[in-house]
Design a protein around this ligand. Structure first.
Ligand SMILES: NC(=O)c1ccc[n+]([C@@H]2O[C@H](COP(=O)([O-])OP(=O)(O)OC[C@H]3O[C@@H](n4cnc5c(N)ncnc54)[C@H](OP(=O)(O)O)[C@@H]3O)[C@@H](O)[C@H]2O)c1
Length: 340
């Protein structure tokens, strides 16, 4: 039997530590590269991975190979899972490029539409594939990472994945190979439009999505996105039980009907929040430019306005500078309706 491939997680934060921990538990040889604060946490507490169904996996500190801020440590890895936030892609990709062997495979498990293309340009010697993480991961401190919602990892179909599939299966992380990753990424972006709304409202995702006026905000942002994709003749995959075009109608239903019809959408841990909320909480620049901002760039290219997403982006920018993050549902909806 071939020896298992060496996997490197580059940018081991919430998603990276969670995926890395699951792969280590499944027996893979994993090296994580990330920041000092994360390394200290993992070296003193190990990794604890929790899930929606109460499942729990532990990885002891001595089984964790975590290197701080050194891209050279990726040398020799056959598979690199790239998990930095979009704002760091250019710099992180550039720093990594010199150390990756020709023929290695890189999967960008990032949100947004153009991270893969940026990495393909920066690391031409590798096969760079688009990936998608459908679930939410929350870092709870002391090495605890919680998967707050469900779904299967997706990745661009490619023969280069073949040597690595067994390791993902052993970790219980089935990789669904897709031929339509751009459409998958657009659909994920439409779902991620909720990141800004969640970051602005100050309550966890489940509490937010249980309120019709917050859902109306999301529906307005998604409708605008769908209109833009349709005008640009760009397809959107179905990632939920209903097609993307029906989601805004579903979101706008009264609370009682929404809870009945969309119980899977509300199958979220009561404490889970969007990673944009985490960014604002930690005083970091958010990914809004790669989500709502992506729609604004498309709107500018095809000459259509996108006032709802423009307003959301402006409110996040203001929040990054210390502005409000406690918008009530009716207040936020009024802001978006006024903009539109
Ligand atoms: N969290 C979720 O629930 C979730 C779910 C699905 C998809 N995603 C997507 O997955 C991607 C990663 O998200 P995340 O929440 O895991 O982000 P994160 O927690 O911020 O993790 C990224 C880590 O990479 C570090 N990093 C950045 N540049 C680096 C470099 N050059 N060398 C070493 N480390 C570096 C960051 O440190 P600094 O902060 O110091 O730069 C951070 O610790 C994003 O695109 C996000 O949208 C997230």
């Amino acid at each position: 039997m071939d020896s298992p491939s060496r996997i490197c997680i580059f940018g081991a934060g919430s998603v990276g530590c969670y995926l890395g921990g699951r792969l280590i538990s499944g027996g893979a040889s994993v090296r994580m590269i990330g920041r000092d604060a994360q390394a200290r946490q993992l070296h003193s507490c190990g990794l604890t991975l929790t899930g929606l169904r109460g499942n729990l996996e532990k990885v002891r500190a001595e089984h964790i190979d975590f290197v701080v801020d050194n891209p050279q440590a990726a040398t020799g890895a056959e598979l690199i899972l790239f998990t930095v936030k979009s704002a760091a892609t250019e710099q992180a990709g550039r720093s990594l490029a010199a150390f990756l062997n020709a023929g290695s495979t890189v999967i960008s498990f990032q949100n947004g539409l153009d991270n893969t293309a940026v990495l393909q340009r920066l690391i031409p010697q590798c096969t760079v594939l688009a990936g998608m993480v459908p679930f939410n991961v929350l870092s709870r401190g002391e090495g605890v990472f919680h998967q707050g919602s469900e779904g299967r990892l997706m990745v661009q179909r490619d023969l280069a994945l073949a040597p690595h599939l067994a390791q993902f299966s052993a970790a219980g992380l089935t990789l669904e190979q897709r031929d339509d990753m751009p459409a998958v990424q657009r659909a994920k972006l439409l779902l991620n439009l909720n990141n800004a709304i969640n970051a602005l409202c100050g309550v966890p995702l489940k509490a937010e999505l249980s309120q019709r006026n917050y859902r109306r905000c999301l529906a307005a942002a998604q409708r605008e996105g769908l209109r833009l994709f349709s005008a640009a003749q760009q397809s959107v995959a179905a990632l939920t039980a209903v097609p993307a075009h029906w989601l805004p109608f579903l979101l706008e239903m009264p609370d009682m009907f929404f809870k009945l019809v969309a119980n899977r959408m509300l199958a979220i841990d009561p404490l889970a929040r969007s990673s944009m909320w985490e960014d604002l909480e930690a005083g970091r620049t958010s990914e809004v430019d790669w989500l709502n901002g992506e729609l604004l760039r498309l709107a500018a290219r095809i000459g259509i306005e996108a006032p709802v997403n423009q307003r959301l982006l402006a409110l996040i920018r203001a929040a990054e500078r210390g502005g409000r993050r406690d918008w009530l549902a009716n207040e936020l909806l009024a802001q978006l309706r006024r903009a539109a």
